[in-house]
Design a binder for this molecule. Sequence first.
Ligand SMILES: NC(=O)c1ccc[n+]([C@@H]2O[C@H](COP(=O)([O-])OP(=O)(O)OC[C@H]3O[C@@H](n4cnc5c(N)ncnc54)[C@H](O)[C@@H]3O)[C@@H](O)[C@H]2O)c1
Ligand SMILES: [Fe+2]
Length: 356
Amino acid sequence: MSFKNFKCVPKMIFGRGSFADLDKVLGEERKAEEDFVVFLVDDVHQDKPLGGRVPVKAHDLLIYVNVDDEPTTKQVDALTEQVQAFSKNQPVSVVGLGGGSTLDLAKAVSLMLTNPGGSAMYQGWDLIKNPAIHHIGIPTVSGTGAEASRTAVLCGPVRKLGLNSDYTVFDQIIMDSELIAGVPTDQWFYTGMDCYIHCVESLEGTYLNEFAKAFAEKSMDLCREVYIDDHAEKADKLMMASYMGGMSIAYSQVGACHAVSYGLGYVLGYHHGIGNCLAFDVLEEFYPEGVAEFRKMMIKHNIVLPKNICKDLPDETIAKMVAVTKSMGPLWDNVYGEGWEEKVTDEMLTKLFRRI
Ligand SMILES: NC(=O)c1ccc[n+]([C@@H]2O[C@H](COP(=O)([O-])OP(=O)(O)OC[C@H]3O[C@@H](n4cnc5c(N)ncnc54)[C@H](O)[C@@H]3O)[C@@H](O)[C@H]2O)c1
Ligand SMILES: [Fe+2]
C-alpha cells in the first residue's frame, strides 16, 4: 500500500462528567457471570475521589500503577503476568485511567495478554500478530494524544520505542475534562505543550497534507485559547486539542523537537513533556514563530525550565544523545525532506544539546 491506511478509535465519549458512563460501557463487554475487567489506574488517584469512583465489581482486578518513571517493557511484562496469575481466563476489557504513561501501559498489557513472549519483542512497527483484549483509554492529563494514536511507547532493553500496530488503538476512549482538573500547573503545561509542539512540527513539516493540517490548525487554535486566552472552558478545549493533535501526527510526523527530546530523554531520563519543552526552547531556528509563542506561554504561566543541563556534560554523554537523535530518520525527513542526512550533522546537534 502506498498510502497510509490509518486505524482510528471506533468509539468515543466526550463531555464533562462522562466518566460516569464507564460502568455502562463495560456492561456491554461483561456477558458471563465470571467475566472480569482489569483497571490500570495511575496511583496518583489512589485515596482520591476519582479512585473511589472506578466502577470495580467483585470479580474485577484493580491495579494502581506507578508512573514516576515512564513505562518500561519490564513493567508491562510484570503487569501482564499479574493479570494472568489472577485468572486462567482473559479479562473482557483492560481500562487505563491516567496520563499518557498509564494509557500506554493499558494498551501494551491488552496486547501482551494475547501475544506470546515479552513486550520488547514487539517494539517496532506492525510486529503484533494477534488482536488485543478490548481496551479503553481515559486520560486524566491531556496533551500526548496517546488516546488517539496507534502506539504504546515503552522503554525497552535497547531503546525507547513503541508497540506500533492497528491492534494498539483503543477500542473506546472517554474524554471527560473534569478528570484533568487536579493536574499540577507544571505538568499541565509540559504535557499540554507536547500537543502544541505536535501541531508546530506537523504544520512545519514536509509530510504535511490537508488531513493532518485540518487537525493541527484546529488543535493549535485550541492550545492558544487554553494557554494564552485562559478560556473558561480550557479543560474541554485542551482535551479536544490533544485528540486532534494526535490525529494530525497520525497522518503526518513529528519533527526536530521530538528527535532532540528523545535523545535527552533516553540518556538523561527526562520525561516526554518536559523533555520536549527543553528541546523546543533551543529550536528557534527551526520553528521561529512556534518557539516565540511557546516562550510567551511560559511567561504567562510562570514556567521556569531548568537551565544549563548539558553545558558541562562529558563529550561522550552528548555523543550518545546525538546518536539517538540522529537515528530518528523519518522525523528528520519530515523536517528537511530528501537529503536530510547531509543536514543532520553531529556538529549541528552537539551545538543544540550544549545550549540545553
Ligand atoms: N502513545 C502515544 O502516542 C504517546 C505520545 C506521546 C507521549 N507518550 C508517552 O506518554 C508519557 C507521558 O504522558 P503524560 O505527559 O500524559 O504524563 P504521565 O502519564 O507520565 O503523568 C505525568 C504525571 O502526572 C500525574 N497525573 C496524571 N493525572 C493526574 C491528575 N489528574 N492529577 C494530578 N496528577 C496527575 C501522574 O501521576 C504523573 O506523575 C510518556 O511515557 C510518553 O512516552 C505516548
Ligand atoms: Fe509527543
